[in-house]
Write a protein that binds this ligand. Structure first.
Ligand SMILES: Cc1ncc(C[n+]2csc(CCOP(=O)(O)OP(=O)(O)O)c2C)c(N)n1
Length: 333
């Protein structure tokens, strides 16, 4: 089934915005204006955008992105200027220069910032859903996990707990070929990582991660399943990390031929075939979206460059819960 015009245009726009924004960040990184590492989603923009687009952020749904899921945060409403300020460590960035890249959260808009320990966002999202259930808030949550992250104990504990509790959790398992430099065959004995779902007793399926429409439709079904009481869904998206783990990783462990084979399967190629099948979108419509994304990223870059660096005197603000030190400590007698 071909999705309707608005869905296709939105998927195209958010994928273009992700790619344009990350290309700009690469330019800033090469000029040493990005602080710390730069983590790209080249080739994976379609799965992050397609999956997150299935959530209803206006009604409180939540997403827990990983470092490679900038697209899901843009769908949730994060602004390019926030992302650039954050990557540049500016004083008015969302974390006010205390953390970098996309490590920030906004519960109002529906994203919970990624943290470095792999796998931990699965129990965190299970906890968020349990809390929502206890507060009678009928929301669905989505968490992204890599093939490497899915080998951790935290992943297994979180999946088991969420499944037993029948929590409406959608897990997008990105099988992108490598966990840093470890190939998937050394990461798991399973041919299909979706088969991990059998061990937990939840729904599992595998989709082409470079087809944004296929990912969106699988995610939409999983979101409905969760809302209707069907519990956890594990969706394996088969894709590829076209770039290294981060900009400083030259990917010497990946055969060149493997990269070019996957580069030809770019998610825009697949999206264009759906757009052509729909027949109600012109090249001019797409060019307007390209231009809109470029203008937004240009303006965001100017604003972020004009932003101040953090003041040293503010380094400790917001580090501890306000008032923490005012209460007398409880000590043993
Ligand atoms: C618990 C834990 N172990 C190890 C690391 C170090 N580490 C950071 S990223 C990474 C590889 C992640 O692989 P994957 O989840 O497949 O994501 P990819 O970068 O391939 O997209 C590792 C081992 C970590 N952050 N947390």
């Amino acid at each position: 089934m071909t999705p309707d015009r608005k869905v296709l245009l939105d998927l195209y726009y958010y994928m273009r915005l992700t790619r344009t924004l990350e290309e700009r960040l690469v330019a800033l990184f090469r000029q040493s204006r990005v602080i710390g590492g730069l983590y790209r989603s080249l080739g994976q923009e379609g799965e992050a955008v397609g999956a997150a687009y299935a959530l209803d952020f206006k009604n409180g749904d939540l997403v827990a992105p990983l470092i490679r899921n900038l697209g899901s945060m843009l769908v949730a409403g994060a602004k390019p200027v926030e992302i650039i300020r954050q990557y540049m460590g500016k004083g008015d960035s969302p974390s006010r220069g205390r953390d970098l890249n996309i490590h920030f959260a906004d519960l109002e808009r529906g994203f919970i910032g990624p943290i470095s320990p792999l796998g931990d966002m699965i129990p965190v999202m299970a906890g968020a859903l349990l809390a929502a259930r206890m507060q009678n808030r009928p929301i669905v949550a989505m968490a992204f996990i890599g093939d490497g992250g899915a080998s951790t104990g935290a992943f297994a504990e979180g999946m088991n707990f969420a499944t037993v509790q029948k929590l409406p959790l959608v897990v997008i398992l990105e099988n992108n070929g490598y966990a840093y430099s470890t190939p998937t065959r050394q990461q798991s004995a399973l041919l299909r990582l979706a088969d991990k779902a059998i061990g937990f007793g939840c729904h599992g399926e595998t989709v082409d991660g470079n087809d944004p429409v296929a990912v969106h439709e699988a995610a939409r079904r999983a979101v409905s399943r969760g809302r209707e009481g069907g519990g956890v869904s594990l969706i394996e998206v088969v894709t590829f990390r076209i770039k290294g783990h981060a900009e400083h990783d030259n990917q010497s462990y990946v055969p060149k031929e493997e990269i070019s084979r996957w580069a030809a399967k770019d998610p825009f190629v697949s999206l264009m075939s759906h757009i052509e099948a729909n027949g109600r979108i012109s090249l001019q419509d797409l060019e307007e979206l390209d231009q809109r994304a470029k203008t937004e990223v240009d303006q965001a870059t100017d604003e972020a460059e004009a932003s101040p660096m953090p003041e040293g005197s503010e380094a400790e603000l917001g580090t501890f819960n306000d008032g923490f030190w005012e209460r007398a400590p409880v000590t043993r007698q």
